[in-house]
Write a protein that binds this ligand. Structure first.
Ligand code: PLP
Length: 426
């Protein structure tokens, strides 16, 4: 599409947008009665209005039935996660039995690493993207150390080529080949949190399996943002958080995926009573027997209140249709990219350098932008003018227009504000 840097054009895109009505289903923070421009859905998605209702419903269930709410016909807390599994599965391309929601993300990463990192002899190394999210680095570090290795020896990190910001798939595949004898596991982010690069998860999975390694992904920035087909791609495991693009609230419950080919395997796991076969769970017997599927990795009692906010948010995604969201997202992020280029053109230099890949198949909502002029001063000035993104040291702004609640007009307005600030103060 040929974009234009005019208010009329941005408004015409909003008018043609089949999802525009969904914005009204969200609570947009206001300053002096005016909606802020919120471009930080990559960090904490906004609250759907339906969230309070679902939360209230579960608070009422607690009030009216107390412990009986676990079993009561119209509350059924024991089955509450089933509806969530059905809503989650299509978003990550899984069968409902392959997913469940539990704990928070880093904890789930630990549980899955316990199962899927099985070093043997020479095959003990883990391949990661260089500059992975710190929690993932620390989790992996603790697993290699508890198995008696050092991080330096056991963890291979792939970095971009000299002078480049993002990874080339063929370089990742070459490194997998190069270490074919040593790799026990490949653990990548689905989308790198810093650059916004969406990796070729299918190709990485295939290459990993060819050298006999397990392959898992941290989809924190991918789930609810870009289409993935975990089942068809035969990914071994994955986990994600729900508070970024799934709008389920701060510290919201995390999701896991375990491919069905591992359901009957004897992978070790850290067990707890909530992963025990549901039919027998309350017999409280000795000897762990896992529930079939991903639920067999559950450990603790379902946090119903966290699940309530998650369920409400997933229902909004379901109503919008994830494919429709992605279609709009590609256009909206494309428009943001165009507007930033217009700003550079008008300032007469590339003061804002986008490091996120150009092609939509290699990115989601987020654009990561190196600020060559203005830096943190520019970012803070924008925040002062109620345009919220996030800042990553030393010089990167991340903006993530989200298809469910951001508009083309907001992106146009961001461009105007950027120009004003760059012309006057930076
Ligand atoms: C946001 C994020 C996390 C956060 O993990 P929590 O356990 O929810 O704090 C972990 N990994 C990645 C890749 C992330 O983007």
């Amino acid at each position: 599409m040929q974009f234009q840097n005019t208010l009329a054009f941005a408004q015409s895109l909003d008018q043609q947008d089949g999802l525009s009505a969904f914005r009204d289903q969200f609570l947009i923070p206001k300053v002096n009665g005016k909606d802020i421009i919120y471009l930080c859905g990559n960090s904490l998605g906004l609250q759907a209005k339906s969230t309070k209702k679902e939360l209230d419903k579960q608070l009422n269930a607690w009030e009216n039935y107390a412990v009986e709410a676990w079993f009561e016909e119209d509350t059924q807390w024991l089955q509450y996660h089933h509806a969530i599994k059905d809503l989650l599965a299509p978003i990550v391309g899984a069968k409902p039995a392959e997913v469940t929601c539990m704990n928070s993300l880093t904890i789930n990463l630990h549980l899955l690493l316990t199962s899927f990192y099985q070093p043997k002899g020479k095959k003990y190394k883990i391949l990661m993207e260089g500059g992975a999210f710190p929690s993932d680095q620390y989790a992996v570090e603790s697993h290699v150390k508890t198995r008696g290795y050092t991080y330096e020896d056991a963890v291979i990190e792939v970095f971009p080529r000299e002078g480049e910001e993002t990874l080339r798939t063929k370089d990742v595949l070459a490194i997998i080949q190069q270490h074919s004898e040593e790799l026990a596991l490949i653990l990548f982010g689905g989308i790198n949190y810093y650059t916004g690069q969406f990796f070729d998860l299918e190709a990485i999975t295939k290459a990993g399996h060819e050298v006999g390694a397990m392959v898992g992904f941290d989809l924190a920035h991918a789930a609810g943002n870009v289409p993935v087909k975990l089942h068809d791609w035969e990914v071994d495991f994955a986990c994600w958080c729900s508070y970024k693009y799934m709008n389920s609230g701060p510290g919201g419950i995390s999701g896991i995926f375990v491919h069905e080919q591992h359901f009957d395997s004897d992978l070790p796991r850290l067990a707890g009573w909530w992963g025990y076969q549901l039919k027998q769970r309350f017999k409280m017997e000795k000897g762990f027997i896992p529930e079939a599927g991903a639920e067999g990795w559950q450990v603790s009692t379902s946090p119903i209140l966290l699940m309530a906010t998650h369920k409400a948010a997933l229902e909004v995604i379901h109503a919008a249709g994830f494919e429709n969201m992605r279609k709009k997202s590609v256009l909206l992020t494309g428009y943001l990219e165009f507007i930033i280029q217009m700003v550079n053109d008008q300032v007469g230099e590339e003061c804002l350098k986008i490091i996120t890949p150009k092609h939509s198949s290699e990115r989601g909502c987020q654009l990561s932008i190196i600020c060559k002029r203005g830096g943190k001063t520019l970012f803070d000035a924008l925040v002062g003018q109620n345009i919220i993104g996030d800042w990553r040291e030393p010089n990167v702004i991340r903006w993530s227009p989200v298809p469910l609640y951001n508009t083309f007009e907001e992106i146009y307005f961001l461009g105007q504000t950027l120009l004003n600030n760059l012309k006057t103060s930076c």
